[in-house]
Design a protein around this ligand. Structure first.
Ligand code: NAD
Length: 475
């Protein structure tokens, strides 16, 4: 049995008397226990965050930057321990868990840079005759208390994408990590505490989204909700958050279009990673691949062969490519969707079986229709659809025929076709000669349409956690 953790409220580690167990998603063994926040604890966290508003806002930029750098150092020192926790509680294969830990460190370093350079502009007031004799400037003020709600699939880096910009902006934060993966966030809280963040600057609570999450959304104290998770919960938050600022980072059914004259080796290697990394549980996992008919047979044969070599194993086995899904219910749901596609006429080229009640075989389908769930819904599992199209433009049309709009990828060596793709695909990001799964942590990242509202990527998240204040001085 793993260690006991505590919630982090007002700079203190607290218990509530009620405990929850967090399990290794492959073996079902207990990784650790943590308290469930009761009503009084949620109230304490909100009050502590609210009371820290001025302290955080008045923290000088150099101090915010130093704290962020100290957190980055702490993450580096504890990288292996943190990667192990990610591998166990999220079921993420070691190579990806380690990648997540090092990316989070970088996210804090980017935030330190933003903290030091955040600034406004002067306004040439006398450009208007009414502005003569006046001096004007605007700058950014922290919005106040931020409520952050995060999903299971990146238990560190998606938390980092909320904690780091909040500190850079000078906002206190109440964080509710996903119920299945809260322990990594508590390891981060230990590092944040040691880095010297003022008490109340970060508060981490644990419990059900429906009660605790909903309380954070509806309480008047948070001025900003930053949410990463499913479309359904995001929609609920938008409807219940009154006039608060809201950032919603939601799902996708990401598409890739592969042109005839392109580097097929590169496309194959990147699509394989994009489809199956983290068992397909990434908001920008490759789910639909549209192949120009001239290369479709070769690509399909090689992709299927490579899929069959992937190792499904415990995430801590260093050679593991694919780990478990987050829950047995998700294994069942995935299998239902695949069976439904096959019953509707789709052809199974690889996988299509439950390997246990926790793991699903990497699965490749073809001859699907756009209306099948494996194509039009977010599958969030190691399942990918390959379809042949007569032209690159047909591929673009199908890629864009979706409610979602987070990121898409195209592989082509033709510049005109690349620009056509950039213009025709309605998504927050279009990756040319790479998969939609590509992300570095300082680029603007977020969705159009049902994929969300607003952008993360440290500088952009800071913009959303600050408000512009205009100052006019009459000379
Ligand atoms: P989820 O929506 O089920 O849960 C996310 C968080 O919301 C959890 O902390 C949960 O406890 C909380 N929650 C649930 N109901 C709530 C309510 N009524 N009010 C407030 N909070 C509530 O998502 P998940 O299953 O953890 O994660 C998978 C989803 O996240 C996928 O759709 C994926 O695409 C999306 N995602 C998006 C991004 C992105 O950056 N766009 C990144 C990762 C994951």
């Amino acid at each position: 049995m793993g260690r006991d953790f505590h919630l982090f409220v007002d700079g203190q580690w607290i218990e509530t008397g009620q405990w929850d167990e967090v399990k290794d998603k492959w073996s079902g063994e207990v990784v650790g226990r943590l308290p469930v926040a009761d009503e009084a604890t949620v109230e304490r966290a909100l009050e502590a965050g609210h009371n820290a508003t001025n302290t955080m806002a008045e923290l000088p930029a150099h101090q915010r930057a130093s704290i962020l750098e100290a957190i980055a150092d702490g993450l580096q020192q504890r990288e292996e321990e943190i990667a192990t926790m990610i591998a166990l509680e999220a079921g993420k294969s070691w190579k990806y868990a380690l990648g997540e830990a090092s990316r989070a460190r970088e996210t804090f370093i980017f935030a330190a840079g933003i903290a030091r350079t955040l600034h406004g502009e002067t306004v040439p007031m006398d450009a208007s005759s009414a502005g003569e004799g006046r001096f004007g400037f605007w700058y950014r003020e922290p919005v106040g208390l931020v409520a952050a709600i995060t999903p299971f699939n990146f238990p560190l880096n998606l938390v980092a994408h909320k904690v780091a910009p909040a500190i850079a902006a000078g906002c206190p934060l109440v964080l509710k990590p996903a119920g299945t993966t809260p322990l990594t966030a508590l390891l981060l809280a230990e590092i944040v505490k040691n880095a010297g963040l003022p008490k109340g600057g970060l508060n981490v609570i644990h419990g059900s989204g429906r009660t605790i999450g909903a309380k954070l959304v509806t309480d008047p104290r948070p001025r900003k909700i930053t949410f990463t998770g499913s479309r359904e919960v995001g929609t609920w938050i938008k409807q219940h958050s009154d006039l608060k600022r809201v950032t919603l980072e939601l799902g996708n059914n990401s598409a890739v279009v592969v042109d005839k004259d392109t580097d097929l080796e590169l496309a194959l290697e990147r699509c394989l990673m994009g489809a199956f990394a983290n068992s397909g549980q990434v908001c920008i996992s490759v789910q639909r691949i549209y192949l120009h008919e001239e290369i479709a047979a070769t690509f399909t044969e090689r992709f299927v062969t490579a899929t069959k070599t992937l190792r499904v194993d415990h995430p801590l086995v260093k050679e593991s490519d694919i780990g478990p899904l987050i829950s047995p219910a998700d294994v069942d749901r995935t299998h239902d969707w695949v069976q439904e596609a096959v019953a509707g006429g789709a052809t199974l080229l690889a996988g299509g079986q439950k390997l246990s009640d926790r793991a699903y075989a990497p699965t490749v389908l073809t001859n699907t229709t756009p209306a099948m769930k494996v194509s039009c819904d977010e599958v969030f599992a190691p399942v990918v659809v390959l379809e042949t199209v007569p032209s690159f433009e047909d591929g673009l049309r199908l890629a864009d025929d979706t409610d979602f709009g987070l990121q898409a990828g195209v592989f082509t060596s033709n510049l005109q076709r690349a620009f056509r793709a950039i213009r025709r695909i309605h998504a927050g990001g279009v990756m040319v000669n790479d998969v939609p799964t590509f992300r570095v942590d300082h680029m603007p990242y977020g969705g159009m349409r049902a994929s969300g509202i607003g952008r993360e990527g440290v500088r952009f998240a800071v913009d959303e956690m600050t408000e512009i204040k205009m100052v006019m001085i009459r000379e």
